[in-house]
Design a protein around this ligand. Structure first.
Ligand code: SF4
Length: 342
């Protein structure tokens, strides 16, 4: 995908039109000639076009619902942040392994919330409760917020808001490269901008509908030059033919793009590929032709929360991956912090 996301269909909750952003979006989509429908609640969009689940799923991923966020109690988002901040839900990407497939179930459409000021007011209350500690908010727990921000500019607004707070910090992660409108935001160093990157093989085979690696890396360079603290998530770390070369190549390209002064404060998070039985079922339903390896018999079991266990790589595979990544980090980004998650 190279152009930014343009929805095929947009729904509005009538209440969203009571907010300036709601009205602005309605005018924008009308001008763009996109079909507009109404729904009483962003939780209940029932009449999506499509003859079967497969078609409806694809249509939903191209549908934007403009609503008002009513649940203003934020979920916690440990360990990387204190709270998840709910600006959007859902994503237009088609990553085969994406956990939103299980968590969003029958509502895979993309939702954006126009009561941004109310959401930021609540964030300020959470910050005040924890003072003098820093409070971190994660904006990408249930969406890829950057992927729709060229339409809403909600993220830009939030970046500037947290830039002005003394104790609030914002973070998010994206697979999209449409970041130009965020480069001049007054972030004040309070937003950590992370990109999700991977070996070419993984992006090519399992991440349709997202930006190409070269575009993501170029965007990361722009973000670094705009002075944002930067980070990378490499997830899933996935074993495939030539994986060592594939991941090395990814580091080489990052190394070529990132300016020297951005490197002292880069974070890397590596998360190895894992799956659960419920996830496997939904992945095979949504992406029946996927090449993603989901064979329980070659994996090791890790007991997870809520009694759902994960299938992860064997111990020796895990050791090999870690060893290789450490080698690359040492070679290319010796100053950067990194963590590995199974
Ligand atoms: S970009 Fe992220 S949120 Fe969107 S489908 Fe891919 S993994 Fe899921």
């Amino acid at each position: 995908m190279s152009g930014p996301f343009i929805p095929k269909l947009v729904y509005f909750e009538p209440q969203a039109l009571e907010y300036p952003l709601g009205r602005e979006l309605k005018e924008k989509f009308e001008k763009m000639g996109i079909e507009i429908r109404y729904t009483t609640s962003h939780n209940q969009v029932r009449d999506l076009p499509g003859d079967n689940d497969f078609q409806k799923y694809r249509m939903a991923k191209s549908t934007l619902v403009v609503g008002v966020r009513k649940t203003l109690k934020f979920d916690t988002s440990k360990p990387s942040a204190e709270y998840a901040i709910p600006f959007a839900t859902g994503c237009m990407g088609h990553c085969h392994y994406c956990y939103l497939q299980t968590t969003m179930g029958s509502k895979p459409y993309v939702r954006t919330y126009v009561n941004v000021e109310e959401i930021l007011d609540v964030a300020d209350q959470y910050i005040a409760e924890r003072a003098p500690e820093i409070t971190r908010f994660e904006a990408a727990c249930t969406s890829d917020i950057v992927g729709i921000d060229h339409l809403t500019h909600t993220l830009k607004h939030a970046i500037e808001h947290f830039g002005q707070t003394e104790l609030g910090r914002l973070r998010f992660v994206t697979k999209f490269h449409h970041v130009d409108h965020l480069l001049d935001a007054n972030h004040n160093g309070h937003t950590r901008f992370r990109f999700s990157i991977n070996a070419d093989y993984v992006i090519k085979n399992f991440e349709p509908g997202t930006s190409a690696l070269v575009d993501r890396i170029e965007a990361a360079g722009k973000v670094a030059r705009a002075g944002y603290p930067l980070g990378f998530i490499v997830a899933p770390i996935y074993l495939h033919d030539g994986w060592e070369e594939g991941y090395r190549h990814m580091f080489e390209r990052l190394d070529a793009e990132l300016p020297a002064d951005a490197r002292a404060d880069i974070t890397f998070e590596f998360i190895q590929h894992r799956f659960t039985k419920p996830a496997k079922k939904v992945i095979l339903k949504n992406y029946p032709k996927t090449k993603l390896e989901l064979d329980e018999s070659v994996r090791r079991v890790k007991w997870g929360k809520y009694g759902i266990h994960k299938y992860i790589y064997q111990k020796d595979q895990e050791e090999e991956i870690k060893e290789r990544l450490e080698e690359y980090m040492h070679e290319f980004f010796p100053e950067a912090k990194f963590e590995y998650f199974t």
